[in-house]
Design a binder for this molecule. Structure first.
Ligand code: CTP
Length: 419
């Protein structure tokens, strides 16, 4: 099968020219370059929207030396070399496209979950080390067979039958992140696991314990970029995989409802962190500690997640409908905005939700017109007293007791006269 037409149709023109040039450069040295992985699958599915958006990442496999090739491409100024590694991989950037180039490799897993030992290999070796048949296809970019599909493991047939199939029975034991990846594809495309794959996936769920926190977190981040990650979370829960990551995590209808609400409120770039906060909403203090440690969650997100639960325990204070805006402000200002957002979505009480939303949309931006310099001009000396006056002005502004600059001046002077 030849996919030249699909490549020309779906790849943005500048990117297409770049990959052709890369392939031409490689050919001069007797090397071959292939498109691999998700792009091949998506081209066969014929849905360019699957890969549209501001970023467009491509994976290329080189039967030859990928790092040297990437360096040569960068030297000619066609793209920028972002990184290269000992393992024969390099990353090029051109406009907002990134290209991952990898030397075709053979992998052997020394122990489950560990990173594999790598040696150079053929394209076929490189494809069989991959997660699923639908991701183990390549398209030649060489001029003599440009666009030819390379499909040694029946990926195209599995795509047509809407099946997710591993390439060998030890696949999930070698790399249990494939359990999470497989469920992600199952839900994204509405596919099914092929019977033996489904059986081995269930059997190998305990192998998730062999995966490092960073890798599990990375897969969750990947899941949180899906259009409807709650479907993946629900399915992982049904399969017992979510439970294996942390016994207290739930993937029920509550999560589905809150994730959906999050999407209506936030831009896509802000969603993954918010999903993390909502995912742990039902955890206890001890359970969240375990989760943060297990997934090696970075400091900033970790703080937002802990704050989410800390604020949840303070929600009863926000239930009162008689609260003044300044009371809401001083209660909430010490929490991470993301934690406040998560509670504004997750809180049971409509009054609490309204107060949280008021803080996020209005109160946190309220500033007085007068600052310390201007108070000095009014004759108020710097020091604790000025601090107090500024705080009282801010409260009055929050509560709508002062509106104009003149109101503020008047209040500042009267406050300064009090002892
Ligand atoms: N891959 C793999 N096993 C993994 C991770 C990745 O075999 N644990 C291979 C697959 O061939 C996959 C490719 O590396 O297609 C690229 O991985 P990634 O960018 O994570 O996924 P995509 O296939 O591009 O899919 P997505 O559309 O989800 O980005």
């Amino acid at each position: 099968m030849n996919l030249a037409r699909q490549i020309e149709q779906y790849l943005p023109q500048p990117l297409l020219e770049l990959v052709k040039n890369i392939s031409g450069q490689a050919a001069k040295q007797g090397q071959r370059v292939y498109l691999v992985g998700g792009i091949v699958r998506d081209l066969l599915l014929g849905d360019p929207s699957l890969r549209s958006g501001p970023r467009f990442d491509l994976d290329l496999v080189v039967e030859g030396d990928a790092v040297k090739l990437a360096q040569q491409v960068a030297e000619t100024g066609q793209a920028k070399l972002l990184a290269h590694h000992r393992f024969g991989t390099a990353k090029l950037r051109y406009e907002n496209f990134t290209l991952d180039l990898a030397t075709a490799r053979k992998e052997t897993y020394v122990r489950p979950g560990a990173l594999p030992a790598v040696t150079p290999g053929t394209l076929k070796d490189d494809l069989i080390r991959r997660d699923f048949s639908i991701n183990a296809m390549a398209i030649s970019l060489a001029s003599n067979d440009y666009g030819e599909l390379v499909d040694p493991y029946q990926g195209k047939s599995d795509l047509e039958h809407r099946l997710i199939r591993i390439l060998h029975p030890g696949s999930f034991t070698d790399d249990a992140t494939r359990i999470l990846r497989g469920v992600c594809y199952e839900q994204r495309f509405g596919f099914e696991f092929e019977a033996q794959t489904a059986r081995l996936l269930k059997r190998d769920i305990p192998m998730l314990d062999t995966i490092s926190g960073d890798r599990i977190r990375h897969e969750l981040e990947h899941i949180f970029e899906e259009d409807r990650p709650e479907l993946v979370i629900k399915r992982l829960s049904e399969l017992g995989a979510l439970h294996r990551i942390n016994p207290s995590l739930k993937g029920d209808g509550w999560i589905a409802e809150k994730f959906d609400k999050a999407r209506r409120l936030k831009k896509p770039s802000q969603l993954p962190s918010l999903y993390f906060c909502l995912l742990v909403y039902s955890l206890s203090e001890k359970e969240i500690e375990q989760f943060l440690a297990r997934l090696n969650i970075p400091a900033k997100l970790s703080l937002a997640m802990s704050d989410t639960l800390r604020l949840k325990t303070s929600l009863p204070f926000l239930n009162k409908s008689s609260l003044k805006p300044s009371e809401i402000y001083y209660l909430l200002r010490e929490y991470e905005p993301l934690a406040i957002q998560a509670n504004a979505i997750a809180a049971e009480s409509p009054t609490a939700r309204r107060h949280l939303q008021l803080f996020l949309t209005k109160l946190r931006y309220v500033r007085t017109s007068l600052d310390g310099e201007e108070l000095k001009k009014l004759g108020i000396p710097p020091g604790p007293k000025m601090g107090k006056v500024l705080q009282e002005l801010h409260k009055a502004k929050l509560d709508g007791e002062v509106r104009t600059r003149a109101d503020e001046k008047k209040l500042a002077l009267s406050l300064s006269l009090k002892s």
